[in-house]
Design a protein around this ligand. Structure first.
Ligand SMILES: Nc1ncnc2c1ncn2[C@@H]1O[C@H](COP(=O)(O)OP(=O)(O)OP(=O)(O)O)[C@@H](O)[C@H]1O
Ligand SMILES: [Mg+2]
Length: 249
């Protein structure tokens, strides 16, 4: 079968394989999971993959301070400051309040224009909005939030033509895929990060929940966060659980 879409690496070789070859260029994807599970690290890894190939990338922080995020990345051995100095990495913080959201039509455009402005006219190939749930909080009416996010995603895809990754935090132990329950319908694919507790051990898990127009591997895998590497996907969860059960015998 011939591949009709141009693919963009996630920065994680095994995840590319699970997605059927990586993200489809120019589309929007969602990475979702409980707090502290690795959503920001995955999104930075995606941007770093582009920066290392001299692409321009934008990181929009919607809750954490940029300095905190970039210094945290340094703890993994990732120096984003060097790309800020070379002018290819454009991080910025964005705060939205309830009053902005009420005027969603105008404000979604203003939000996208603000993103365009940080790149100063350079073509941008990768964008991260982290977390998208912060954009939607406080908006009240579900249809307003939904329209607001849909407009932002459409504008980013049409105007910027970048591959975009949105993160979304979900409450611990929630069975929902996203905070509001519709973010997954707006994106072309969903990656779910999670934590499994087994015999006193905490295992970080990753799987592909949805991926439009691609053959995916939807098994649940274990991952670890390693210095210099970031997220490294290991064996399927079922294999690890079998191994841990055998150790107990
Ligand atoms: N230098 C490091 N080495 C190994 N693991 C690390 C390192 N820094 C962070 N981690 C791990 O990464 C986790 C945090 O990842 P990250 O900030 O990407 O999570 P998140 O899903 O974005 O969380 P939040 O919902 O709070 O934004 C920590 O809980 C820790 O386990
Ligand atoms: Mg985060």
């Amino acid at each position: 079968m011939t591949e009709v879409y141009e693919r963009v690496s996630t920065g994680i070789p095994k995840l590319d394989q699970m997605l059927g070859g990586g993200f489809i260029k120019g589309r929007t994807y969602l990475v979702t999971g409980e707090t502290g599970v690795g959503k920001t690290i995955l999104s930075l890894q995606f941007l770093l993959d582009g920066l290392r190939q001299n692409e321009n990338a934008i990181y929009v922080s919607l809750d954490e301070r940029i300095d905190g995020v970039l210094n945290g990345a340094l703890s993994l051995g990732w120096d984003f400051w060097e790309y800020i100095r070379s002018g290819t990495f454009h991080p910025f913080e964005f705060r939205l309040f309830t009053s902005d959201l009420k005027r969603f039509g105008k404000e979604s455009r203003a939000f996208v224009e603000a993103i365009e402005k940080v790149a100063r006219g350079q073509p941008v190939s990768r964008i991260v909005l982290d977390p998208i749930s912060a954009l939607a909080l406080g908006a009240g009416e579900e249809f307003i939030v939904r329209e607001y996010l849909r407009e932002i995603i459409n504008m980013l895809e049409e105007r910027m033509k970048a591959t975009t990754l949105l993160t979304c935090d979900i409450p611990s132990a929630s069975k929902k895929l996203s905070r509001f329950g519709f973010e997954e319908f707006l994106s072309s694919g969903v990656i779910v990060l999670g934590v499994v507790r087994f015999k006193g051990k905490l295992l970080k898990t990753i799987y592909v929940r949805k991926m439009r127009w691609s053959m995916t591997d939807s098994s649940v895998y274990i991952f670890e966060i390693e210095p210099g590497e970031g997220i490294v996907i290991k064996e399927p969860l079922s294999e690890r659980l079998d191994k841990l059960s055998l150790e107990e015998l």
